[in-house]
Ligand binder design. Structure first.
Ligand SMILES: [Fe+2]
Ligand SMILES: [Fe+2]
Length: 407
């Protein structure tokens, strides 16, 4: 038996192990001969590879585009990024292996840049000062949240909401309706027939799921308008989107029904950093430069310098916007999930963030891979062997969603 990438499978080859989609639904049973239509199904569901009987080993593993020097260079860089985690931990070992593989394949290099620190321009802060209080006092003019978000929140929090109710709310925003239908018809869901109305989408995917998805899209769209000089928003959105997708696939893998809730939690997990970059550019430059130049974790530097980290700042904004409590909870604990009341969803976002940082898909400003919360990891009861398939599924969905959400 050997693992073969799905784009390399040939019709007639025999499956050595069953293939399931992200919801655990059986796509093809063990022992089946693969036909062209199966290859299409694997593609729709983002199955990156399958186990085949008697496959040619050379076909499965060789990749002529990777030369030895490049692999060695990437290994060294990834080791630097992982300097705040235990390299002997089984989950980290696997993340390291996959990060090297992914970065070599996509030619992702580690930037070595030191950021300039202009001491004259850095505002002095009392380390004990509570930045959150300052944030409240400053009375920021926050980006206005569309009224549809408040209504969507009510739909999300009311278990009796009907398909018609959500369709009525969503249809008031033609752009939201269009984006939502594009997503529903993409490989994000892999539905067999075309969905042309929100009501139909809700009946297939669920009221709560569609509402929370719509809510996430609305919040994301607010930040698309931020000027480029402030922050590399594309890189930030990429980091957020992949974290959301990984969270969603992990949730499905763990049979957690609220997959969309996890998607949106991942999407918004570093929201506080956006607030910092936009409204506190001097402080942001300081923490970014100091963390990078001193090889310190960014959220630790935030805590030391501001008295709070971006997770707390993000939650303050979410409270102001009255976003659902479970989203607040997952965002607040994404760097310390073992302290969360509901540790499993927070740990999923935590793990997704660690993986997306290791792979180097976009960035929210953190140079290093944040440390794994070992207690939370134990509680999640997940095998590191599942990471590769989960990353494959999430990156396949990323390709489908990126163009829709950035349009
Ligand atoms: Fe974070
Ligand atoms: Fe992050």
């Amino acid at each position: 038996m050997i693992v073969v990438r799905t784009d390399k499978i040939k019709a007639g080859q025999i499956l050595a192990e069953e293939v399931r989609d992200i919801n655990g639904r059986l796509l093809l049973a063990k022992g089946h001969a693969i036909e062209d239509r199966h290859k299409r199904i694997f593609k729709i569901w983002g199955i990156p590879e399958v186990n085949l009987v008697g496959a040619d080993h050379h076909e499965a593993t060789s990749d002529p585009s990777m030369d030895a020097a490049m692999i060695e260079q990437t290994k060294k860089s990834v080791e630097t990024l992982l300097c705040h985690v235990d390299p002997a931990h089984p989950a980290i070992k696997e993340i390291y292996r996959l990060a090297v593989k992914f970065r070599c394949k996509h030619n992702i290099i580690v930037e070595k840049n030191h950021l300039p620190v202009d001491n004259q321009s850095i505002p002095r802060h009392d380390r004990e000062q509570n930045f959150l209080k300052k944030l409240q006092k400053k009375n920021l003019i926050l980006p206005e949240i569309p009224s549809v978000v408040f209504e969507l929140k009510q739909v999300v929090e009311n278990p009796k909401s009907s398909a018609e109710h959500i369709a009525r709310v969503v249809s008031r925003s033609p752009s939201l309706t269009a984006v939502l239908l594009k997503i529903v018809n993409s490989s994000f869901y892999g539905l067999p027939s075309k969905i042309s109305t929100v009501t139909h989408a809700v009946s297939l995917i669920g009221t709560q799921e569609i509402s929370v998805l719509a809510l996430g899209i609305c919040v994301l769209s607010i930040f698309k308008k931020i000027p480029k000089e402030t922050i590399d928003m594309q890189s930030f959105l990429r980091h957020s989107l992949v974290c959301g997708l990984l969270s969603r696939v992990f949730a499905a893998h763990k049979n957690i029904p609220q997959t969309e809730q996890l998607f949106v939690s991942g999407l918004l997990h570093d929201l506080g950093r956006l607030l910092l970059y936009i409204y506190f550019p001097d402080e942001s430059r300081h923490v970014l430069a100091h963390s990078r130049n001193r090889n310190k974790l960014l959220y630790q530097e935030e805590k030391d310098y501001l008295g709070c980290d971006h997770a707390q700042i993000g939650v303050q904004l979410m409270k102001q916007w009255q976003l659902p409590l479970i989203l607040e909870h997952n965002v607040l604990y994404h760097h310390k999930p073992s302290e969360a009341q509901q540790s499993v969803p927070a740990t999923i976002v935590h793990l997704a963030d660690i993986i997306v940082n290791s792979l180097g898909i976009g960035s929210s400003g953190e140079k290093f891979v944040p440390p794994l919360d070992y207690n939370a990891w134990e509680n999640l009861k997940l095998s590191p062997n599942s990471f590769e398939t989960i990353i494959g599924q999430a990156s396949h969905q990323f390709q489908a969603l990126e163009s829709i959400l950035y349009a």
